[in-house]
Design a protein around this ligand. Sequence first.
Ligand code: FAD
Length: 836
Amino acid sequence: MKQRDLVGFQQRATAEPKGRIAPTLNSNLTTMENTAKLVIIGAGIVGCSTAYHLAKLGWRDIVVIDRGSLFATGGSTSHAPGLVFQTNSSQTMTRLAKYTVELYSQLESSEGSAFYGVGSVEVAYTEARWQELKRKLGWAKSWGIEGAMLTPEQAKEKIPLLDETKILGAYYVPTDGIAKAVRAAEALANFAINSSAAKFYGNTQVLDIEVEQGQVKSVITNKGNIATDKVVVCAGIWGSLIGEMVGEVIPLVPVQHQYVKTSPLSELAGETREVVQPILRHQDRSMYFRQHSDCYGIGSYQHEPLLVDPKDILTHKDSPMMPSVKQFTESHFQAAWQSTVELLPSLAQTELPYKINGMMSFTPDSFPIIGESSQVRGFWVAEAVWVTHGGGVGKMVAELLTTGVPSLDLHECDINRFPQVAQSSKYIWASAAQQYREVYDIIHPLAQPTHSRQLRVSPFYPRLQELGAVFFTSAGWERPQWFESNAKLLEKYTIPERQGWSAQNWSTIQGAEHLATREGLAMYDLTSFTKLEVTGEKACEYLQYLCANKVSSNVGKVTYTSMLDANGGIMCDLTITCLDKNRFWVVTGGAVGGHDLAWMRSHLPKDNSVNIADVSSSYCCLGLWGPSAPKVLSEVTDTDVSNKGFGFFTARQIYLGAIPALAVRVSYVGELGWEIYVPTESGLKLWDLLWQAGQPYNIIAAGVGAFESLRLEKGYLSWGADIHTEYDPYEAGLDFAVRLNKDEFIGRDALLQRKQYQSRKLCYLTLNDPSVVIMGKEPIMAEGKVLGYVTSAGYGYSLGRCVAYAYLPLGYSTPGTNVEIEYFGDRYLATVTDIG
Ligand code: FAD
């Protein structure tokens, strides 16, 4: 079946099964196909879920291969205790889990149900955790999960084994529970088999993948070859080895994780049901627990990360238990056992007859890896996925393969999100180990890693250091967050002090830099921007097809635009500068560069008439912004930089002193000024030139902290937070950057539809109490209902209060409307306001 034949299956988000799926005997596995529409590698929960969702969307001719026996294959799914905690700081991960619970709840295999919705209890040992759990309840409300805070006594009512005197309270989610992962995998696979969509082959190993001219051609197995142009890698801890077959780095590492089961407990004597008590998390000790009939299971991350080279994973033949399980290491469990008997004293009476070091995948940022390789067409990946998200991830992959448009925003999971500096094994191992250490830690959204630093520094770096820059990292770049040398500005500007969460990884200096930019002049190191040069005789035509705005082909004009997906959602948000007739510069954020580049590459004309070069490292960039910017620039150039000579949204090749530069008159901070791009080797000279010229105007260097608060105050949006594929430009208030009357562009038809049925709008809110600072992701309420959540927030230092953005139903979007924002369990009044 051709992909375009699947148009009739494009109704998304309707793949939930109706009623229970009866277990069926598997198809004959002895003779394998030699051709397939698509091959899935791995029949764990992710491979089976992907096959199921493809079957639901009408796919046929799928082959699923696993080196192990079906369906207890010996992969991580085979031994996972299956705890499902849905609430996550990421909306996407929470919604993947929510869908997964709904799906598993409808499944059963020959062994019984695939999901037990017994609820979950997460306990707080410390005040910090108690506050964190309140924050978690906020996410639950934002993302549509039912949750509640419990007193210690209420927690004990749910789990009588708990010593409630040890805890301050708990967070409870009634719909969490236990997934029986092998049962779920089997039921999902059986649906795909019974609907004649897929054939499953166990005990079959993929040895290689043949690629021709950047396109998957066939899968080579120990039982024969299968010609296909699409594979989906669902190989769990073996994923990076499959990546190596085609030269694709899949950045994950298998990490050993301990799980044990007790002998029967007298308190549970006679209990034969799989699980009745809620699952339990004790994150202050990096542990979790579940009931197994009359026994208890204990999972622990409370040990140094034990990383495994995937090449060292044993084969089925050589593994004492199964390939994804290593020998239990007693020494790593001692502290965990102490923590166990402290929280659940009756477990002290038990023995531990079952003890494993299971292996699971960890990635550099703990998110899964989903999508098609931008190097090898037809090479799809669904890796580093927990059982908790297995149902949802299978659905997303199937949607991507069918229509190209998943029903959830997947940018956090995008296979293309890792810059090249994050693809070395050194980086991957260091960051995966750190993720393991921190898996249950309370992580501040601005917390900075200590490993793998200084991989990318701009040419201004020595000057930034001299000025006392406090560096935060993004996409491997070291970027100043604020400058200690600007502390002297605090004599001029009074910045309100903060307490608690919002005071962490923050300085009053950021506020002073903000105000100094508004009143005077600041230089910002913007070198981390991704800069893409698009050239070729059809370059303009190509960009017009990708962009919602009309891309100006007048040399020197700058266009701000979105690129949309086929559903009208905002895929990219960027500026395009016409440098020459067939030459354009696309500038986008550093952290989203890989994502945007992959999207653009995937739409390049086949006839090679357009080329994209990533010139990010060839040019540095400096933002010169503030009311004095024209005066200072005019002192170092002969070019007329007045409003008349150099208008907004225009760019010119000029000389600054003797340095050739591209000056682009745009601003993300809402002040006069330019982004100035020069060859990297001239960067230091540029810095010194402008710094010198700016002295009479009290020029300062300012950091990303001020940059962020300036943009928030002026209503500029951040892709990934305020806008992404789930929103369209009309909802986001970006209609000024859409031209429906130009030639066809991706997403136009869908956008026309969406425009008619718009029901929500991105609103600019200010908090009524000027002393309150929120951080983003908080739920917004009115009249007892959750209306939406804060997409981003920060203090507007010029405004003198906190600014928050949120999509609100149209009925609540009129300026003057009052709503409430919940932050750490407290409610604060906010008002919909015209942009400041
Ligand atoms: P797998 O189940 O490992 O499947 C991958 C398959 O690919 C395997 O069957 C393998 O045989 C096959 N394969 C690999 N290479 C090849 C090849 N070359 N040819 C053919 N086949 C190949 N998650 C939760 O959500 N909740 C939990 O409570 C939980 N607890 C856990 C406890 C432990 C101790 C561990 C280790 C993990 C736990 N996890 C949990 C994580 C979870 O088990 C995994 O993330 C999940 O099972 C991964 O599923 P998968 O389908 O990607 O991988």
